[in-house]
Design a protein around this ligand. Sequence first.
Ligand code: SME
Length: 155
Amino acid sequence: MAEQLIIQGTTKQERYETLLPQIAAVVDGETDIIANMANVSAMLQETFRFWWTGFYRVVDGELVLGPFQGPMACTRIRKGRGVCGTAWAKAETQLVPDVDKFPGHIACSSASRSEIVVPIIREGEVVAVLDIDSDRLDAFDETDRRYLEQIAALL
Ligand code: SME
């Protein structure tokens, strides 16, 4: 309970600053990317209580659903499709303040209002994306982008 109160009292930046070394410690020495994705989605969700937090991996030329926290989601996404497929095709973070204004957004859940998708790049290739959805409009900003890109680089 006390811990929860402390977390609620901190800013977004402070929460990420606390989380980043914890994630670095958890993934350090673990080479299995699925195990690491499972822990990272749990840790992000524990900290921020987003609507949906999870990963899609590039498998045989498609994005395939990986470890996540939240309601069930679409299992496969093609390159260039939706926010996730765009982050993959462009190898760039997609910050979407209003999903209804993103052409081709894939509505896995009608509750999702804003979204950020960060590509995970290894040796110049996108191997996965980290996707976070909020049920609030405009939930993500440059602070999220900066820290989530650092988290993606740890994987
Ligand atoms: N909205 C995403 C699909 C994945 S779900 O949000 C979990 C997209 O447009 O790529």
